[in-house]
Design a protein. Sequence first.
Length: 391
Amino acid sequence: MHRFSSPWGDLDLTRYPAEPREQLRAWDAADAYALQHLADTGRAAEGGRTVVVGDRWGALTTALAAGGTTRPTLVTDSYLGRQAAEANLRRAIPGAPAGAPASAPAELRTTRDAPPARIDLLIIRVPKSLALLEDQLHRLAPAVHPGTTVLGTGMVSEIHTSTLRLFERIIGPTTTSLAVRKARLVFCTPEPGLARGANPWPLRYALPDGIGPMSGRTVVNHAGVFCADRLDLGTRLLLAHLPDRTGPDRVVDLGCGNGVLGTAAALANPDAEVLFTDESYQAVASAEETFHANAAPGSKARFAVGDALTAVPPGSADLVLLNPPFHSHRATTDAAARRMFTTAHAALAAGGELRVVANRHLAYLPRLRRLFGNGEVAAANPKYVVLRSTR
C-alpha cells in the first residue's frame, strides 16, 4: 500500500492482487496530473455525469469519489483493475458500498457493458492498445455533447500522434498540454455531427492452414486483445504441440485471449469441457465468439473473467494451457505468470498437466520444477519453448 496525495486529500491505494515483493504503485504522474488539472479548473465540481475510462487501479475514480463533488462511473476492461478500484473505494470511504448501488461512491462498469447515455465529463486514461482506445471512443462518442469536457491523460511515452488522431477523428479537435513529470494531458472538444465512420471492432480473420485443428478457422478479436489480426508465433508453436488426449477432459485455457488454444483443444477432443478465463472482459468476449464460430454442436465450454484460477475448485482440471503475459501496463514483471502457475498447480487434479509456451529467455522452467517437482521442454524453436509439468 502506498500513500497518494490527491487534491482532495491523501489516499492509501493498492494494486490487485497485492504483491509484497512488487514495489509498483497504484498510480503514476499521469493520474496526478489529470486530477490536479480538474481541481485547478473546478471542472470536477460542476456536476453532471462523470465517466472515467481505463483507470488502471482506481486512483482517478477513488480520488474523485472521495472528493465528494461527483459520483464517477468507471469503465474498465480489467477484472484486476476493477477489484483494485473496489478495494480502494472501500478504504477511502468506509461504510460505503462499492459497485452499482445508488448509494455507492462510484458505479463500476466493464468495457462490454452499455455506456452511459449522457456524459458531461469524460476522463480517459490512454491505454497501451490504440485498438482499445478506438473502440471505446466509438462506443462513448454518442454520449458526449458540445458541453462535455473530454480529458485524456497518459505518460509521454504512451501518447503519440496516432493517439491524438484517434481523438480528433472520433470526438473532435484535439490539443495536448506541456509535459509534467513525463506525463501529458489531451484536450478534446466534441464536434457535433462528426463523420467518424463505423467502429471496426471486433475484427474477424481466418487462420492459415498447417496449424492443427485450427487450420482455416475463424478467430474473433475484440479491441485490445493480444495479436488482434494474426496468430502470434508462441501460440502457433503450442498449437503444434498440444497433448494428444481423449475422453471427458476438463481443460482450462488460462489467460485465454481470443480463445484459440481452448478452441483447438475442443476441436481435437470433442468430449472435453473447456473453461476459458482471462482478467480481460474483452478477451473473454473474444474467446466466446471464437469458440462458437468453430466448435461442433454440443461442445461444452464455460467463460469466466477472473484472477487467474483463484476461483476454480482445487483438483478440478485435467489440462491447463497457458501463454502467460510478462507485461503489466508499462512494467515488465513475471508476477502474473507466477500467479498463473501457482493457481494452475492448485486447480489441477493428480496427474493433470500444465503446458506453457513462453519466450526462451524467461526462466520459467526452474520455477515450474520448484512448484510441481518436475518440468521438461516439450518443444522449442529459436524464440519460444513449450514447457510441460504434471501435478
